[in-house]
Design a protein around this ligand. Structure first.
Ligand code: GDP
Ligand code: MN
Length: 388
């Protein structure tokens, strides 16, 4: 789960970390209150969206007086901000307005889980700010990576070494990264990224941006954080899938997949790719999907207007093929199916499942002999359907 910058900063303030004074607004009328509470221009107006790259997209603006502030608020609030990280855009429903910082230098600092070493890892660089992706691509040596032993945590030695390598005031930096590491662990974060961590002209460190992602699997013990989730920033289809307890991730292809089991779902996406197509989603209907659950899944797949064909790939184990077939047939009564549906069944009660589908009289169903056949048929049908 992702948090907004202002939420992350509020939490980090609670850890004693240095963040700028600021105020969140959702309406232009609140500008007067901002002016009363924050009086030091320049102020910085920051679009609160779940997407990085706001600065380059015009979502972060420095304003020098009340008129500029009003004008900037009016042009940003209620718009859709498209950034290179999120080309479809995210709605700007709130703005963080902060007292501006006099920047001397911008650093990159983050803590995340490194899957290759199975350890928390600090990533840091002197070349922080809006071009960190270019730095990582073109001068990888400018990026420092420090794997941490989860039992020892961030030791004083490692924190001090990092301060020397970054050439930052040692005690201040050590205090900051120690608090950041504590926050990362206590909040069950999967990512805590400060970009930029800024050295101001007075020589002090300030967290100018904050990106905080919480591991979804830990949310049961972070009800307070879960309550902060802003659903307006999430794809509505993914929100709906969450309500139906479906594991669904939207992708940008045109072949929808309905699969049981996460491993098979991944394999199905790979197979579609190998056959020359592009998956429209990841969807794991799980082991005990009822007709209603299959209808829910179909409803979500059909709501994605990019979808030109569906590939149902089921290995019947706990979810028997007969039951899946009946689920599909029942779902067709509840949801309008507007694309061909290629079905590949294998496993428990497969004969019963195939017979049910053959006798169903549903003309959108195309049966496949095996997974490769199914993927090829889905790619071909999606192509044909897309040309119509
Ligand atoms: P992002 O582009 O979404 O990562 O948004 P950031 O919060 O990182 O802001 C982008 C850039 O705006 C930063 O790298 C800074 O260069 C600039 N910026 C943000 N806050 C301030 C500020 O208080 N003063 C100044 N001078 N620049 C700022
Ligand atoms: Mn940033």
């Amino acid at each position: 789960m992702q948090l907004h910058e202002h939420q992350a900063k509020e939490i980090l303030r609670g850890y004693g970390l240095p963040v700028s004074n600021g105020k969140v607004i959702t309406k232009i009328e609140e500008v007067d209150q901002v002016l009363a509470e924050l009086n030091a221009f320049p102020l910085v107006v920051k679009a609160q969206v779940h997407a990085g790259g706001r600065g380059k997209a015009g979502g972060v603006k420095l304003v020098r007086n009340a008129d500029e502030l009003r004008q900037t608020v009016a042009t940003l609030l209620g718009t859709i901000l498209k950034t290179y990280q999120c080309p479809d855009g995210k709605p700007v429903n709130s703005l963080l307005i902060e007292e501006g910082t006099d920047i001397k230098a911008e650093y990159y600092f983050s803590i995340t889980l490194d899957r290759s070493t199975s350890r928390p890892m600090i990533v840091a660089s002197k070349a922080g700010g809006m071009d960190i992706e270019t730095v990582a691509r073109e001068s990888a040596e400018a990026i420092m990576m420090v794997p941490l032993d989860p039992c020892l945590g961030l030791t004083l030695g490692k924190a001090r070494n990092l301060a020397f390598d970054l050439d930052l005031p040692v005690q201040e930096f050590v205090n900051i990264v120690t608090a950041l590491y504590r926050a990362y662990i206590e909040l069950d974060a999967s990512l805590l990224e400060i970009n930029p961590l800024v050295l101001n002209k007075a020589g002090n460190l300030i967290l100018l941006d904050a990106k905080l992602e919480i591991d979804d699997n830990s949310l049961f013990r972070h009800k307070d954080l879960q309550a902060l989730e802003d659903l307006t920033q999430i794809d509505p289809l993914e929100v709906a899938a969450g309500e139906y307890n479906l594991n669904y991730v939207r992708l940008d292809g045109n072949i929808a997949c309905m699969v049981n089991g996460a491993g098979l779902a991944m394999t199905t996406m790979d197979t579609i790719k190998l056959a020359g197509g592009n998956p429209a989603n990841f969807l794991d209907v799980g082991g005990g999907a009822s007709a209603e659950q299959i209808a829910n899944a179909m409803r979500i797949l059909m709501s994605d207007t990019n979808v030109k064909a569906v590939f149902v790939n089921i290995f019947g184990g706990i979810l028997r093929c007969g039951r899946l077939a009946q689920g599909l047939i029942d779902a067709a009564r509840m949801v309008e199916i507007r694309t061909p549906v290629v079905v590949r069944l294998e496993g428990t009660n497969v004969e019963e499942g195939r017979a049910l589908l053959n006798e169903s009289g549903l003309d959108f169903i195309v049966t496949a002999a095996d997974m490769w056949d199914g993927a090829n048929k889905a790619v071909e049908l999606a192509k044909k359907n897309g040309e119509m």
